[in-house]
Structures are given as C-alpha cells and as structure tokens.
Design a protein around this ligand. Structure first.
Ligand code: ADP
Ligand code: MG
Length: 134
C-alpha cells in the first residue's frame, strides 16, 4: 500500500471546501492515515517548498501557504501518489480535467486548493515533515 502527502491549501480551507474535498478523497478509496489542521509559519512554508526556491513565484508561494489554516493528510491506497495527483487535476485549474478537485475548487495556478507529492522519495520526505511517527 503506497502513501502520499495531501494538503488542502488556505484558499480551499477559507472557502469551506475542506469537507467536500475530504469527501472526494474517501469516495475515491483512499484511507486517511493521519489528518491535522494547522497554520504553517513562514519558515515552515519555506522549508516545505525548498525544492521551488529558485522559481520566480517562490515568495508568493510561501506567503500563500502560510496565510491561513491548511489541512494536512497522509493518504494510503494502491498507487496513491498518482491516484491523488489524478484526483487533484493539473496545477493550472484552466487545464484541469472535469471532475478534478482543482477544476472544481482552484481559483488560479497559485491558489489551487490542494497539494500532492510527486514521487515516492518526496512522498516519504513530505509525510515525515508533518507526521514524525510515520
Ligand atoms: P503541483 O502543486 O501541481 O505539484 P508544482 O510543484 O509545479 O505544482 O508547483 C507547486 C505550487 O507552486 C503549485 O501547486 C502552485 O501553488 C504554485 N505555482 C506553480 N506554478 C506557479 C505559477 N506559475 N505562478 C504562481 N504559483 C505557481
Ligand atoms: Mg509539486
């Protein structure tokens, strides 16, 4: 059984879309191994997104992810990493397929409702970043 890290980002939490997104996660057969609501400090956001530190939108990304509460989850399912990215949809909601979370709830390429790990190594690292016992 594979695990991945999911984050419901501040835009979706503030618009009260977290429950609907969690419902989609459960309907799509994921097991929620851990779940926590928290607000990331700016330094925490910088560390989490360190891989993007050279990208032009890094400052904006860190400011956004630490702008309000998020819901962080460790999800489990066969092929969880790809399955969660498929359910999220494309990074840019304008390119996201119908029925995906980003198509339904993202407002822009930056404020795009959800995060998902992109590979087994990053999934393990990101899960440990929030859930030290996993
Ligand atoms: P994904 O979240 O789909 O894995 P990336 O890893 O490429 O996408 O980017 C991380 C996050 O950075 C995105 O989810 C989004 O919030 C933000 N981001 C990506 N591209 C842009 C952009 N061109 N302008 C502003 N923010 C962006
Ligand atoms: Mg990514």
């Amino acid at each position: 059984m594979e695990r991945t890290l999911a984050i419901i980002k501040p835009d979706a939490v503030s618009k009260k879309n977290a429950g609907k997104i969690i419902d989609m996660i459960e309907e799509n057969g994921f097991n929620i191994v851990r779940m926590q609501k928290l607000t990331m400090a700016e330094d925490h956001g910088k560390a989490f997104y360190a891989v993007h530190k050279e990208r032009p939108f890094f400052g904006e990304l860190v400011e956004f992810i630490s702008s309000g509460p998020v819901v962080v989850m460790a999800l489990e399912k066969d092929g969880a990493i790809k399955a969660w990215r498929d359910l999220m949809g494309a990074t840019n909601p304008a390119e996201a397929a119908d029925g995906t979370i980003r198509k339904l709830y993202a407002e822009s390429i930056g404020k795009n409702a959800v995060h998902g790990s992109d590979a087994p190594e990053t999934a393990a690292q990101e899960i440990r970043f929030f859930f030290h016992d996993l």
